[in-house]
Design a protein around this ligand. Structure first.
Ligand SMILES: Cc1cc2nc3c(=O)[nH]c(=O)nc-3n(C[C@H](O)[C@H](O)[C@H](O)COP(=O)(O)OP(=O)(O)OC[C@H]3O[C@@H](n4cnc5c(N)ncnc54)[C@H](O)[C@@H]3O)c2cc1C
Length: 434
Protein backbone atom coordinates (compact mmCIF):
# COMPACT_ATOMS: atom_id res chain seq x y z
CA UNK A 1 0.00 0.00 0.00
CA UNK A 2 1.18 3.51 -0.79
CA UNK A 3 2.08 6.26 1.67
CA UNK A 4 -0.67 8.63 0.38
CA UNK A 5 -3.40 8.97 3.00
CA UNK A 6 -6.38 7.72 1.03
CA UNK A 7 -10.13 8.23 1.13
CA UNK A 8 -11.28 5.26 3.20
CA UNK A 9 -14.91 4.15 2.76
CA UNK A 10 -16.13 1.73 5.40
CA UNK A 11 -19.10 -0.39 4.26
CA UNK A 12 -19.54 -1.55 0.67
CA UNK A 13 -23.34 -1.62 0.51
CA UNK A 14 -25.85 0.25 -1.64
CA UNK A 15 -24.08 3.58 -1.00
CA UNK A 16 -20.47 2.78 -0.06
CA UNK A 17 -19.77 0.47 -2.99
CA UNK A 18 -21.10 2.95 -5.56
CA UNK A 19 -18.94 5.68 -4.01
CA UNK A 20 -15.82 3.47 -4.01
CA UNK A 21 -16.40 2.39 -7.63
CA UNK A 22 -16.89 5.94 -8.90
CA UNK A 23 -13.96 7.39 -6.94
CA UNK A 24 -11.77 4.38 -7.78
CA UNK A 25 -12.24 4.94 -11.49
CA UNK A 26 -11.18 8.57 -11.04
CA UNK A 27 -8.30 8.33 -8.59
CA UNK A 28 -7.12 4.70 -8.51
CA UNK A 29 -6.33 2.13 -5.80
CA UNK A 30 -3.67 4.11 -3.94
CA UNK A 31 -6.16 6.85 -3.12
CA UNK A 32 -9.43 4.96 -2.66
CA UNK A 33 -9.87 2.14 -0.13
CA UNK A 34 -13.05 0.22 0.57
CA UNK A 35 -13.35 -1.73 3.83
CA UNK A 36 -16.11 -4.28 4.42
CA UNK A 37 -16.60 -6.97 7.04
CA UNK A 38 -17.75 -9.40 4.32
CA UNK A 39 -15.96 -10.63 1.20
CA UNK A 40 -19.02 -10.46 -1.07
CA UNK A 41 -21.44 -7.71 -1.91
CA UNK A 42 -25.17 -8.29 -2.08
CA UNK A 43 -27.88 -5.77 -3.00
CA UNK A 44 -29.72 -5.71 0.35
CA UNK A 45 -33.21 -5.13 -1.10
CA UNK A 46 -32.92 -8.64 -2.61
CA UNK A 47 -32.62 -10.36 0.76
CA UNK A 48 -36.32 -11.24 1.04
CA UNK A 49 -35.91 -13.17 -2.24
CA UNK A 50 -32.85 -14.96 -0.82
CA UNK A 51 -34.94 -15.84 2.25
CA UNK A 52 -37.78 -17.21 0.12
CA UNK A 53 -35.30 -19.16 -2.03
CA UNK A 54 -36.30 -17.40 -5.26
CA UNK A 55 -32.84 -15.87 -5.57
CA UNK A 56 -29.63 -17.88 -5.23
CA UNK A 57 -27.10 -15.96 -3.19
CA UNK A 58 -24.23 -17.95 -4.72
CA UNK A 59 -25.14 -16.51 -8.11
CA UNK A 60 -26.14 -13.07 -6.89
CA UNK A 61 -23.20 -12.08 -4.67
CA UNK A 62 -20.31 -10.12 -6.21
CA UNK A 63 -16.80 -10.52 -4.81
CA UNK A 64 -15.34 -7.26 -3.49
CA UNK A 65 -11.88 -8.43 -4.58
CA UNK A 66 -13.17 -8.72 -8.16
CA UNK A 67 -14.97 -5.37 -7.95
CA UNK A 68 -11.81 -3.73 -6.59
CA UNK A 69 -9.83 -4.89 -9.59
CA UNK A 70 -12.54 -3.88 -12.05
CA UNK A 71 -13.29 -0.49 -10.50
CA UNK A 72 -9.73 0.38 -9.51
CA UNK A 73 -9.98 0.68 -5.72
CA UNK A 74 -8.23 -1.21 -2.92
CA UNK A 75 -10.42 -3.63 -0.98
CA UNK A 76 -9.66 -4.48 2.65
CA UNK A 77 -11.57 -7.26 4.40
CA UNK A 78 -12.33 -6.49 8.05
CA UNK A 79 -14.83 -4.90 10.42
CA UNK A 80 -14.34 -1.35 11.65
CA UNK A 81 -13.81 -1.50 15.40
CA UNK A 82 -12.19 1.71 16.60
CA UNK A 83 -11.41 5.21 15.45
CA UNK A 84 -8.55 7.52 16.43
CA UNK A 85 -9.60 10.96 15.20
CA UNK A 86 -6.37 12.63 16.33
CA UNK A 87 -4.13 10.26 14.40
CA UNK A 88 -6.72 9.90 11.57
CA UNK A 89 -6.60 6.12 11.83
CA UNK A 90 -9.16 3.35 12.01
CA UNK A 91 -8.66 -0.06 13.55
CA UNK A 92 -10.12 -3.19 12.00
CA UNK A 93 -10.96 -6.37 13.89
CA UNK A 94 -9.14 -9.54 12.77
CA UNK A 95 -10.85 -11.37 9.88
CA UNK A 96 -11.43 -15.13 10.22
CA UNK A 97 -12.24 -17.90 7.77
CA UNK A 98 -15.15 -20.34 8.24
CA UNK A 99 -12.95 -22.65 10.33
CA UNK A 100 -12.25 -19.79 12.74
CA UNK A 101 -8.63 -19.36 11.61
CA UNK A 102 -7.23 -15.84 11.37
CA UNK A 103 -7.10 -14.64 7.76
CA UNK A 104 -5.98 -11.11 8.57
CA UNK A 105 -4.85 -9.90 12.02
CA UNK A 106 -6.08 -6.69 13.66
CA UNK A 107 -4.96 -3.79 11.41
CA UNK A 108 -4.62 -0.03 11.60
CA UNK A 109 -5.36 2.04 8.50
CA UNK A 110 -4.59 5.73 8.07
CA UNK A 111 -7.08 7.92 6.23
CA UNK A 112 -7.13 11.39 4.76
CA UNK A 113 -10.92 11.36 4.58
CA UNK A 114 -13.16 8.73 6.15
CA UNK A 115 -16.66 7.87 4.92
CA UNK A 116 -18.73 5.67 7.23
CA UNK A 117 -21.39 3.70 5.33
CA UNK A 118 -21.98 0.64 7.53
CA UNK A 119 -25.76 0.45 7.01
CA UNK A 120 -28.30 -0.66 9.59
CA UNK A 121 -29.78 -3.72 11.23
CA UNK A 122 -33.13 -4.63 12.68
CA UNK A 123 -34.39 -2.83 15.74
CA UNK A 124 -36.09 -5.17 18.22
CA UNK A 125 -37.15 -2.21 20.40
CA UNK A 126 -36.08 -4.27 23.45
CA UNK A 127 -38.94 -6.72 22.85
CA UNK A 128 -38.30 -9.72 25.13
CA UNK A 129 -37.39 -12.89 23.22
CA UNK A 130 -37.09 -11.17 19.82
CA UNK A 131 -33.30 -11.43 19.53
CA UNK A 132 -33.42 -15.14 20.56
CA UNK A 133 -36.37 -16.35 18.51
CA UNK A 134 -36.92 -14.01 15.55
CA UNK A 135 -34.92 -14.07 12.34
CA UNK A 136 -33.97 -10.82 10.64
CA UNK A 137 -33.11 -10.06 7.03
CA UNK A 138 -30.11 -7.89 7.88
CA UNK A 139 -27.52 -9.88 5.99
CA UNK A 140 -27.08 -12.80 3.64
CA UNK A 141 -26.35 -15.25 6.46
CA UNK A 142 -29.68 -14.55 8.17
CA UNK A 143 -31.65 -14.74 4.91
CA UNK A 144 -29.98 -18.08 4.12
CA UNK A 145 -30.64 -19.29 7.67
CA UNK A 146 -34.35 -18.53 7.24
CA UNK A 147 -34.43 -20.22 3.81
CA UNK A 148 -32.91 -23.43 5.20
CA UNK A 149 -35.27 -23.49 8.20
CA UNK A 150 -38.21 -22.98 5.85
CA UNK A 151 -37.04 -25.72 3.50
CA UNK A 152 -36.52 -28.18 6.37
CA UNK A 153 -39.93 -27.38 7.87
CA UNK A 154 -41.64 -27.76 4.48
CA UNK A 155 -39.84 -31.04 3.81
CA UNK A 156 -41.21 -32.36 7.11
CA UNK A 157 -44.67 -31.11 6.13
CA UNK A 158 -44.44 -32.90 2.81
CA UNK A 159 -43.63 -36.12 4.69
CA UNK A 160 -46.54 -35.59 7.09
CA UNK A 161 -48.88 -34.59 4.26
CA UNK A 162 -48.32 -37.88 2.46
CA UNK A 163 -49.20 -39.90 5.59
CA UNK A 164 -52.00 -37.86 7.18
CA UNK A 165 -55.16 -36.28 5.86
CA UNK A 166 -55.14 -33.32 8.21
CA UNK A 167 -51.83 -31.52 8.56
CA UNK A 168 -51.24 -28.48 10.75
CA UNK A 169 -49.94 -25.67 8.49
CA UNK A 170 -46.52 -24.15 8.99
CA UNK A 171 -47.12 -20.85 10.82
CA UNK A 172 -44.91 -17.97 9.74
CA UNK A 173 -45.27 -14.64 11.53
CA UNK A 174 -43.77 -11.56 9.94
CA UNK A 175 -43.47 -8.61 12.30
CA UNK A 176 -43.53 -5.32 10.38
CA UNK A 177 -45.91 -4.40 7.59
CA UNK A 178 -43.52 -2.12 5.72
CA UNK A 179 -42.13 -2.87 2.28
CA UNK A 180 -39.83 -5.67 3.52
CA UNK A 181 -42.59 -7.53 5.41
CA UNK A 182 -45.11 -7.19 2.58
CA UNK A 183 -42.64 -8.29 -0.09
CA UNK A 184 -41.48 -11.25 1.97
CA UNK A 185 -45.05 -12.43 2.65
CA UNK A 186 -45.90 -12.27 -1.06
CA UNK A 187 -42.63 -13.92 -2.13
CA UNK A 188 -43.09 -16.81 0.34
CA UNK A 189 -46.45 -17.82 -1.09
CA UNK A 190 -44.90 -17.79 -4.58
CA UNK A 191 -41.97 -19.89 -3.38
CA UNK A 192 -44.12 -22.54 -1.72
CA UNK A 193 -46.38 -22.71 -4.76
CA UNK A 194 -43.24 -23.36 -6.85
CA UNK A 195 -42.26 -26.33 -4.67
CA UNK A 196 -45.18 -28.09 -6.29
CA UNK A 197 -43.09 -28.42 -9.46
CA UNK A 198 -40.24 -30.18 -7.73
CA UNK A 199 -41.81 -33.21 -6.17
CA UNK A 200 -43.64 -31.61 -3.23
CA UNK A 201 -46.89 -32.13 -5.07
CA UNK A 202 -49.03 -32.55 -1.96
CA UNK A 203 -47.89 -29.19 -0.62
CA UNK A 204 -50.02 -26.09 -1.33
CA UNK A 205 -49.62 -22.60 0.15
CA UNK A 206 -53.35 -22.44 0.94
CA UNK A 207 -53.37 -25.62 3.09
CA UNK A 208 -49.83 -25.92 4.36
CA UNK A 209 -48.68 -22.38 4.94
CA UNK A 210 -50.25 -19.88 7.37
CA UNK A 211 -48.59 -16.48 7.08
CA UNK A 212 -49.52 -13.68 9.48
CA UNK A 213 -48.29 -10.18 8.79
CA UNK A 214 -48.31 -8.07 11.96
CA UNK A 215 -48.14 -4.27 11.88
CA UNK A 216 -48.20 -1.86 14.84
CA UNK A 217 -49.74 1.02 12.85
CA UNK A 218 -53.35 1.11 11.73
CA UNK A 219 -52.44 0.09 8.16
CA UNK A 220 -49.62 -1.66 6.32
CA UNK A 221 -47.24 0.29 4.04
CA UNK A 222 -47.72 3.47 6.07
CA UNK A 223 -45.14 5.29 3.93
CA UNK A 224 -47.41 4.92 0.87
CA UNK A 225 -50.85 6.47 0.20
CA UNK A 226 -53.81 4.80 1.90
CA UNK A 227 -55.37 3.53 -1.35
CA UNK A 228 -52.23 1.46 -1.98
CA UNK A 229 -52.31 0.02 1.56
CA UNK A 230 -55.90 -1.06 0.93
CA UNK A 231 -54.97 -2.62 -2.42
CA UNK A 232 -51.94 -4.42 -0.93
CA UNK A 233 -54.08 -5.76 1.95
CA UNK A 234 -56.63 -7.09 -0.57
CA UNK A 235 -53.91 -8.77 -2.62
CA UNK A 236 -52.26 -10.36 0.40
CA UNK A 237 -55.60 -11.51 1.83
CA UNK A 238 -56.52 -13.05 -1.52
CA UNK A 239 -53.34 -15.12 -1.18
CA UNK A 240 -54.55 -16.28 2.27
CA UNK A 241 -52.09 -14.10 4.15
CA UNK A 242 -53.61 -12.83 7.41
CA UNK A 243 -52.95 -9.10 7.87
CA UNK A 244 -53.18 -7.82 11.46
CA UNK A 245 -52.84 -4.07 12.02
CA UNK A 246 -52.74 -2.02 15.22
CA UNK A 247 -50.93 -4.94 16.86
CA UNK A 248 -47.80 -4.31 18.92
CA UNK A 249 -45.76 -7.43 19.64
CA UNK A 250 -44.68 -7.36 23.29
CA UNK A 251 -42.95 -10.75 23.50
CA UNK A 252 -41.54 -13.38 21.17
CA UNK A 253 -41.47 -16.96 22.38
CA UNK A 254 -40.14 -20.09 20.70
CA UNK A 255 -43.34 -20.90 18.81
CA UNK A 256 -45.58 -17.90 19.37
CA UNK A 257 -45.85 -14.13 19.70
CA UNK A 258 -47.80 -12.17 22.29
CA UNK A 259 -49.30 -8.73 21.67
CA UNK A 260 -50.20 -5.77 23.90
CA UNK A 261 -53.59 -7.33 24.74
CA UNK A 262 -52.12 -10.74 25.61
CA UNK A 263 -53.38 -12.32 22.37
CA UNK A 264 -51.07 -15.03 21.04
CA UNK A 265 -50.09 -15.73 17.42
CA UNK A 266 -48.61 -19.08 16.40
CA UNK A 267 -45.15 -18.72 14.90
CA UNK A 268 -43.10 -21.78 13.92
CA UNK A 269 -40.90 -19.23 12.17
CA UNK A 270 -40.81 -15.54 13.03
CA UNK A 271 -39.24 -12.84 10.86
CA UNK A 272 -38.60 -9.42 12.37
CA UNK A 273 -38.81 -6.54 9.91
CA UNK A 274 -40.19 -3.82 12.14
CA UNK A 275 -37.65 -1.00 12.14
CA UNK A 276 -33.97 -0.30 11.93
CA UNK A 277 -31.06 0.94 13.97
CA UNK A 278 -27.43 1.60 13.09
CA UNK A 279 -24.72 -0.74 14.51
CA UNK A 280 -24.16 0.06 18.20
CA UNK A 281 -20.34 0.29 17.88
CA UNK A 282 -20.89 3.70 16.22
CA UNK A 283 -21.69 5.12 19.66
CA UNK A 284 -18.14 4.30 20.80
CA UNK A 285 -16.30 6.25 18.09
CA UNK A 286 -16.39 9.63 19.83
CA UNK A 287 -18.79 11.13 17.26
CA UNK A 288 -22.35 12.37 17.91
CA UNK A 289 -25.01 9.67 17.51
CA UNK A 290 -28.79 9.66 17.89
CA UNK A 291 -31.23 7.36 19.71
CA UNK A 292 -30.88 4.65 17.07
CA UNK A 293 -27.07 4.89 16.95
CA UNK A 294 -26.93 6.79 13.63
CA UNK A 295 -24.04 9.23 13.19
CA UNK A 296 -25.40 12.77 13.11
CA UNK A 297 -24.28 14.65 10.00
CA UNK A 298 -25.00 18.09 8.56
CA UNK A 299 -26.52 18.91 5.16
CA UNK A 300 -23.13 18.17 3.54
CA UNK A 301 -23.01 14.73 5.19
CA UNK A 302 -20.12 15.82 7.44
CA UNK A 303 -19.86 14.80 11.07
CA UNK A 304 -18.51 17.36 13.55
CA UNK A 305 -15.04 16.19 12.40
CA UNK A 306 -14.50 17.74 8.93
CA UNK A 307 -12.49 14.70 7.80
CA UNK A 308 -15.29 12.23 8.56
CA UNK A 309 -18.50 11.79 6.55
CA UNK A 310 -21.37 9.36 7.02
CA UNK A 311 -24.00 8.24 4.52
CA UNK A 312 -26.85 5.79 3.99
CA UNK A 313 -28.76 4.03 6.74
CA UNK A 314 -26.10 4.66 9.39
CA UNK A 315 -26.39 8.44 9.09
CA UNK A 316 -28.99 10.84 10.42
CA UNK A 317 -28.96 13.50 7.71
CA UNK A 318 -31.33 16.45 7.46
CA UNK A 319 -33.80 16.39 4.57
CA UNK A 320 -32.86 19.67 2.88
CA UNK A 321 -35.94 21.72 1.98
CA UNK A 322 -38.26 19.39 3.95
CA UNK A 323 -38.89 18.77 7.62
CA UNK A 324 -37.19 15.93 9.43
CA UNK A 325 -34.43 13.58 8.33
CA UNK A 326 -33.83 11.45 5.26
CA UNK A 327 -35.41 7.98 5.21
CA UNK A 328 -33.25 4.83 5.36
CA UNK A 329 -33.58 3.76 1.74
CA UNK A 330 -31.34 2.48 -1.02
CA UNK A 331 -32.39 5.43 -3.17
CA UNK A 332 -31.02 7.87 -0.56
CA UNK A 333 -27.72 5.96 -0.29
CA UNK A 334 -27.43 5.89 -4.10
CA UNK A 335 -27.94 9.67 -4.44
CA UNK A 336 -25.62 10.40 -1.50
CA UNK A 337 -22.87 8.38 -3.22
CA UNK A 338 -23.16 10.55 -6.36
CA UNK A 339 -23.12 13.68 -4.19
CA UNK A 340 -20.04 12.60 -2.22
CA UNK A 341 -18.13 11.88 -5.44
CA UNK A 342 -18.47 15.61 -6.24
CA UNK A 343 -17.73 16.74 -2.66
CA UNK A 344 -14.61 14.59 -2.28
CA UNK A 345 -13.35 15.41 -5.77
CA UNK A 346 -13.71 19.12 -5.02
CA UNK A 347 -11.90 18.59 -1.72
CA UNK A 348 -9.02 16.84 -3.49
CA UNK A 349 -8.74 19.78 -5.86
CA UNK A 350 -8.52 22.07 -2.81
CA UNK A 351 -11.84 23.78 -3.65
CA UNK A 352 -14.35 22.61 -1.02
CA UNK A 353 -17.97 22.35 -2.20
CA UNK A 354 -20.61 23.98 -0.04
CA UNK A 355 -23.80 22.93 -1.90
CA UNK A 356 -25.96 20.83 0.46
CA UNK A 357 -27.15 17.33 -0.38
CA UNK A 358 -30.62 17.60 -1.89
CA UNK A 359 -32.56 14.37 -2.05
CA UNK A 360 -34.92 13.89 -4.97
CA UNK A 361 -37.60 11.42 -3.99
CA UNK A 362 -38.58 9.47 -7.10
CA UNK A 363 -40.96 7.38 -5.02
CA UNK A 364 -40.87 3.73 -4.07
CA UNK A 365 -42.22 0.50 -5.46
CA UNK A 366 -43.28 -2.57 -3.53
CA UNK A 367 -43.56 -5.98 -5.18
CA UNK A 368 -46.70 -7.74 -4.04
CA UNK A 369 -46.14 -11.09 -5.65
CA UNK A 370 -46.46 -12.56 -9.10
CA UNK A 371 -49.49 -13.37 -11.10
CA UNK A 372 -49.16 -15.70 -14.03
CA UNK A 373 -45.40 -15.76 -13.52
CA UNK A 374 -44.89 -12.02 -13.81
CA UNK A 375 -45.57 -9.48 -11.09
CA UNK A 376 -47.63 -6.78 -9.43
CA UNK A 377 -46.01 -3.61 -8.22
CA UNK A 378 -47.40 -0.68 -6.33
CA UNK A 379 -45.98 2.53 -5.07
CA UNK A 380 -45.41 6.17 -5.72
CA UNK A 381 -43.31 7.36 -8.63
CA UNK A 382 -42.80 11.05 -9.45
CA UNK A 383 -45.57 11.94 -7.00
CA UNK A 384 -48.20 9.65 -8.56
CA UNK A 385 -49.67 6.44 -7.11
CA UNK A 386 -48.97 3.40 -9.26
CA UNK A 387 -50.33 -0.05 -9.51
CA UNK A 388 -48.76 -2.05 -12.29
CA UNK A 389 -49.06 -5.70 -13.20
CA UNK A 390 -47.47 -8.01 -15.70
CA UNK A 391 -44.15 -7.90 -17.49
CA UNK A 392 -43.90 -4.10 -17.20
CA UNK A 393 -44.04 -4.49 -13.41
CA UNK A 394 -41.28 -7.10 -13.46
CA UNK A 395 -39.03 -4.93 -15.63
CA UNK A 396 -39.63 -1.82 -13.48
CA UNK A 397 -38.79 -3.76 -10.34
CA UNK A 398 -35.63 -5.24 -11.82
CA UNK A 399 -34.53 -1.83 -13.07
CA UNK A 400 -34.02 -0.57 -9.49
CA UNK A 401 -31.49 -3.34 -8.94
CA UNK A 402 -29.91 -2.91 -12.37
CA UNK A 403 -29.36 0.81 -11.75
CA UNK A 404 -27.20 -0.11 -8.76
CA UNK A 405 -25.19 -2.58 -10.82
CA UNK A 406 -24.80 -0.03 -13.61
CA UNK A 407 -23.39 2.52 -11.15
CA UNK A 408 -20.81 -0.04 -10.02
CA UNK A 409 -20.04 -2.12 -13.11
CA UNK A 410 -21.01 0.19 -15.96
CA UNK A 411 -23.83 -0.30 -18.46
CA UNK A 412 -22.19 -2.87 -20.77
CA UNK A 413 -21.14 -5.25 -17.98
CA UNK A 414 -24.50 -4.86 -16.25
CA UNK A 415 -26.23 -5.84 -19.47
CA UNK A 416 -23.98 -8.94 -19.86
CA UNK A 417 -24.52 -9.88 -16.21
CA UNK A 418 -28.30 -9.48 -16.46
CA UNK A 419 -28.41 -11.54 -19.65
CA UNK A 420 -26.19 -14.24 -18.11
CA UNK A 421 -28.40 -14.43 -15.01
CA UNK A 422 -31.54 -14.60 -17.11
CA UNK A 423 -30.15 -17.54 -19.09
CA UNK A 424 -28.95 -19.29 -15.92
CA UNK A 425 -32.39 -18.80 -14.37
CA UNK A 426 -33.94 -20.60 -17.34
CA UNK A 427 -31.76 -23.64 -16.68
CA UNK A 428 -32.19 -23.74 -12.89
CA UNK A 429 -35.14 -24.53 -10.60
CA UNK A 430 -37.46 -21.59 -9.84
CA UNK A 431 -36.46 -21.81 -6.20
CA UNK A 432 -33.24 -22.91 -4.57
CA UNK A 433 -33.81 -26.44 -3.32
CA UNK A 434 -30.54 -27.29 -1.53
C1 LIG B 1 -35.25 -7.10 2.71
C2 LIG B 1 -35.01 -5.64 2.44
C3 LIG B 1 -35.65 -5.03 1.36
C4 LIG B 1 -35.42 -3.68 1.08
N1 LIG B 1 -36.05 -3.12 0.01
C5 LIG B 1 -35.78 -1.83 -0.32
C6 LIG B 1 -36.36 -1.24 -1.48
O1 LIG B 1 -37.12 -1.90 -2.20
N2 LIG B 1 -36.06 0.05 -1.78
C7 LIG B 1 -35.21 0.80 -1.00
O2 LIG B 1 -34.95 1.98 -1.31
N3 LIG B 1 -34.63 0.27 0.11
C8 LIG B 1 -34.89 -1.01 0.47
N4 LIG B 1 -34.32 -1.58 1.59
C9 LIG B 1 -33.41 -0.73 2.39
C10 LIG B 1 -32.03 -0.66 1.73
O3 LIG B 1 -31.53 -1.96 1.57
C11 LIG B 1 -31.08 0.17 2.56
O4 LIG B 1 -31.64 1.44 2.78
C12 LIG B 1 -29.74 0.34 1.86
O5 LIG B 1 -29.14 -0.92 1.61
C13 LIG B 1 -28.81 1.19 2.71
O6 LIG B 1 -27.57 1.27 2.07
P1 LIG B 1 -26.24 1.50 2.92
O7 LIG B 1 -25.13 1.65 1.94
O8 LIG B 1 -26.44 2.55 3.93
O9 LIG B 1 -26.07 0.15 3.77
P2 LIG B 1 -26.05 -1.37 3.31
O10 LIG B 1 -26.49 -1.55 1.93
O11 LIG B 1 -26.74 -2.12 4.39
O12 LIG B 1 -24.50 -1.72 3.38
C14 LIG B 1 -23.76 -1.66 4.58
C15 LIG B 1 -22.43 -2.37 4.36
O13 LIG B 1 -21.60 -2.13 5.50
C16 LIG B 1 -20.94 -3.34 5.86
N5 LIG B 1 -20.60 -3.25 7.29
C17 LIG B 1 -21.45 -3.29 8.34
N6 LIG B 1 -20.76 -3.15 9.50
C18 LIG B 1 -19.45 -3.02 9.15
C19 LIG B 1 -18.25 -2.84 9.91
N7 LIG B 1 -18.23 -2.75 11.25
N8 LIG B 1 -17.09 -2.74 9.23
C20 LIG B 1 -17.05 -2.86 7.87
N9 LIG B 1 -18.16 -3.03 7.12
C21 LIG B 1 -19.35 -3.10 7.75
C22 LIG B 1 -21.94 -4.43 5.51
O14 LIG B 1 -21.30 -5.69 5.32
C23 LIG B 1 -22.56 -3.87 4.22
O15 LIG B 1 -21.84 -4.31 3.07
C24 LIG B 1 -34.54 -2.92 1.91
C25 LIG B 1 -33.90 -3.53 3.00
C26 LIG B 1 -34.14 -4.87 3.26
C27 LIG B 1 -33.43 -5.52 4.44
Amino acid sequence: MSTVTPIVIVGGGAGGLELAAKLGRKYGPSQVYLVDKDADHIWKPSLHEVAAGTLDIHREGLSYFMLARDCNFTFILGALEQLDKEKKEIQLAPAYNEAGQVLFPRRTIAYGTLVVAVGSKSNFFNTPGAAEHAITLDATQQAEHFRLKLLHALTQQQGDASTANQVEPLHIAIVGGGATGVELAAELTEAVASLHFYGANTLTPERHLAITLIEGAERILVALPEELSVRATQLLTSRKIKVCTGVRVTEVQENQLIDQHGTTYQADLCVWAAGIQAPSFLTTLGLETNRIHQLVVNERLETADPHIYAMGDCAQAPWWGEQGNLPARAQVAHQQASYLVKVLSAKMRGKPMTTPFQYKDYGSLVAVGHSKGVGSLMGVLSGKSWFVEGLVARIMYMSLHLMHHAAVLGVVRTFSLALGRLLLKRSAPRIKLH
